[in-house]
Design a protein around this ligand. Structure first.
Ligand SMILES: C[S@@+](CC[C@H](N)C(=O)[O-])C[C@H]1O[C@@H](n2cnc3c(N)ncnc32)[C@H](O)[C@@H]1O
Length: 435
């Protein structure tokens, strides 16, 4: 019998024209796929189309890549699971194709973002809410005359937040910006709004832009920027921002446009999002999995949106993040990472039928995934390499990303039985989720 390493298939379809996702069918041969889109083949506006850019999120995969594997391996009416759903790329793309989607994530902010992206909206009502709250905040924070000094701090705090949250907010926002953000937050809580999750996303996106940071370091700023500075992004001297209302205004309009665009494509396929640690979750039955797991020592997913956790009072479960950057990338961290990912995949496989696909997108620079495949006992159908050549501001980068296409073997292996024996329980869960 061949080992997974011997069965490993590498495809470099570099000569073929870049794949057009909409043309992929279940019969498209894997060998014909060319996933090496250049900027002109797949411009940023398409990679961030409609709700995919409701809020910045570092570490998402591109919708077109997901679409290809959804079209190849799933039919409308089937169910795809993403145990690391992040900003919801799999969920949104599955819904567009009429495929039910089930997403799990341990980060409360990511779950909120997924819910806001995939909810069904009554557009006229949504528009009324988004513009209505903006007007309330404008009326209560924008003085026509006798303007408050932007740096004047008149005891801005929010009694519903902890001392830590208030201290964080006072450190990272100028007083006027904080006043505007807290007014918006107040109205989300106090107002009779149906679409509060989406309003929270507008608030969080505005807060991200209104922090006292440089324009070129919005992902992981280390300390507040309170003085003018030379800006690498704009090649001139820039000032840290002191207000938030202009962002609330800009992102309100952008959000309405994006939601309306997605509404035209949205199907009635179900989207279920669960806030949980996938290492300890019993997934209900699904037809297959498409996911991009966290990588070892790369990104802290909670820290990336620290401002949102503090402003919205979200539960911080960073200790449950797999491969957190704060834990480093030592040999020990890598071993732990492999065990954690294997545990999640065993649970995924227990929820899938034999022959179902587990598609994993990962920049596996440490070669950890061959061993993970062996640990969970999948058949390796193919490993596609994708050349990613990305230019975004100072994060210009070039790297290879692998798409692992694994199949659940026909004969269930013992390793699944352990998780699968409680199958009766899945039926109960499935009913709870409406599957
Ligand atoms: C690479 S990101 C997924 C990005 C996603 N594919 C997208 O397009 O937005 C990995 C995700 O795994 C989540 N995660 C980390 N540890 C987890 C755990 N123990 N259980 C569930 N999710 C976890 C992180 O919060 C993060 O959102």
């Amino acid at each position: 019998m061949l080992t997974n390493e011997e069965k490993r298939v590498l495809f470099y379809a570099a000569d073929a024209p870049p794949t057009v996702p909409g043309e992929v069918t279940p019969d498209t041969p894997l060998e014909s796929l060319n996933l090496n889109w250049r900027e002109r083949d797949l411009p940023e506006s398409q990679r961030t189309k409609h709700v995919h850019r409701l809020h910045p999120y570092l570490g998402k995969f591109i919708p077109q890549l997901v679409e290809i594997f959804l079209r190849k391996y799933f039919r409308p009416g089937q169910t795809v699971l993403d145990p690391f759903c992040g900003s919801g790329t799999t969920l949104v793309q599955a819904n567009e194709l009429g495929i039910h989607a089930l997403g799990y994530d341990v980060s409360a902010f990511n779950v909120l973002l997924c819910r806001a992206k995939t909810a069904q909206y009554d557009y006229p009502r949504l528009r009324k809410e988004v513009l209505g709250i903006l007007e309330r905040v404008r009326a209560s924070t924008q003085r026509q005359s006798g303007q408050l000094s932007l740096w004047e701090d008149r005891g801005i705090y929010d009694t519903s937040l902890s001392e830590t949250d208030n201290a964080y907010l006072r450190l990272w926002f100028a007083p006027q910006a904080l006043r505007e953000l807290l007014a918006y937050r107040h109205w989300i809580d106090a107002g009779e709004y149906e679409y509060k999750d989406l309003l929270r996303i507008i608030l969080s996106r505005s807060a991200r832009s209104a922090r006292l940071t440089t324009h070129f370091d919005l992902d992981f700023p280390k300390k507040p920027q309170t003085e003018p500075y030379y800006c690498y992004k704009h090649s001139r001297i820039c000032q840290p921002t002191t207000e938030a209302f202009k962002f609330l205004h800009r992102y309100s309009l952008d959000t309405l446009r994006r939601v309306r665009e997605f509404s035209a494509l949205r199907t009635d396929a179900r989207v279920t999002i669960v806030h949980a640690d996938s290492r300890t979750s019993d997934f209900p039955p699904v037809d297959g999995v498409i996911t991009s797991p966290p990588y070892v020592g790369l990104i802290d997913y909670h820290e990336q949106h620290a401002y949102a956790y503090h402003l919205l009072g979200l539960a911080d479960e960073r200790v449950k993040e797999i491969g957190a950057a704060s834990n480093g990338s030592s040999q020990r961290a890598k071993k732990q990472y492999q065990q954690d990912i294997a545990e999640v995949f065993r649970r995924c496989l227990a929820a899938m039928p034999s022959g179902g696909r587990l598609v994993v997108v990962a920049g596996d620079r440490d070669n950890l995934y061959g061993e993970i495949a062996a640990m969970v006992g999948v058949e390796v159908e193919a490993i596609l390499q994708r050349h990613v050549n990305r230019r975004t501001g100072r994060r210009a980068s070039e790297f290879y990303e692998s798409v692992f296409i694994w199949r659940k073997p026909a004969e269930p292996l013992d390793i699944y039985r352990e998780v699968g024996r409680e199958r009766g329980k899945y039926i109960v869960d499935a009913l709870a989720f409406g599957f």
